[in-house]
Ligand binder design. Structure first.
Ligand SMILES: C[S@@+](CC[C@H](N)C(=O)[O-])C[C@H]1O[C@@H](n2cnc3c(N)ncnc32)[C@H](O)[C@@H]1O
Length: 218
């Protein structure tokens, strides 16, 4: 895969997305792939050739939309708190947390396109939060709240996340996840907080709407 500088990434994001409001969280504007751009129709090989992993950052995933909705509707869940938005992608959940009154938000994503996307999306919403490209799985950062939108789609990732989320919960963090029924959702360890019907991109999800649940890790 080609080396991509942050400037290349910003130019690519601008050229391949449009500033859009995700349907379930219209308070937030994001640079998202849309029908005018063919980002989601390109194959993984085509993307790899231009130095791009699958563009998770270009979509507001159902889990993230549900979680952002929850945080905005229940600002007391994050108000005054230090928050980690793990696997932030576009930064949607981090933006919602700042808007809901979180004292400090760190948004983490290992995809090199996520940080430049977050920077553009911060500017679009007139908010600021910290970002990192480090893999924080296993880190005990003393966060009051750990948010994670749509992270249980991969078995290897889930196997790493579950013990970490358990340790964070035991250490006193509130771990809250948004999930539209992905394959590896660790259902037995979760307590339901809210359920939403989230409109999604048919080309990605093969559905118009996904029933999305916000859970607290027990
Ligand atoms: C389905 S997307 C969800 C993005 C966002 N939370 C949302 O709901 O719109 C999953 C994200 O997890 C990120 N990810 C995967 N492994 C990660 C890791 N070890 N640390 C941080 N982010 C990771 C991917 O880069 C991707 O952006």
């Amino acid at each position: 895969m080609k080396h991509i500088t942050p400037d290349d990434a910003v130019a690519f994001i601008r050229a391949n997305t449009a500033l859009t409001r995700p349907p379930h969280v219209p308070e937030v504007a994001l640079h998202l792939a849309d029908e005018a751009h063919d980002l989601w129709q390109r194959t993984e090989e085509e993307l790899a050739e231009i130095g791009l992993p699958p563009p998770f950052w270009a979509f507001a995933w159902a889990g993230g939309q549900g979680l952002a909705r929850y945080v905005l509707d229940r600002p007391e869940s994050v108000r005054g708190c230090s928050v980690l938005d793990f696997a932030t992608g576009s930064g949607l959940v981090a933006i919602a947390a700042i808007k809901a009154g979180a004292q400090r938000v760190l948004a983490a994503d290992t995809d090199p396109f996520s940080r430049p996307t977050c920077a553009l999306n911060m500017a679009a919403n007139d908010v600021a939060f910290e970002t990192t490209g480090d893999d924080l799985v296993g880190a005990m950062g003393g966060w009051d709240v750990v948010l994670a939108g749509d992270v249980f789609y991969d078995r290897a990732m889930t196997d790493r996340l579950v013990p970490w989320f358990e340790r964070l919960s035991q250490a006193g963090s509130r771990v809250i996840v948004g999930d539209p029924g992905r394959s590896y959702l660790p259902r037995a360890r979760l307590t339901e907080l809210a359920v939403y019907a989230v409109p999604v991109t048919r080309a990605l999800e093969d559905a118009e709407v996904k029933r999305t649940t916000v859970w607290q890790f027990a």
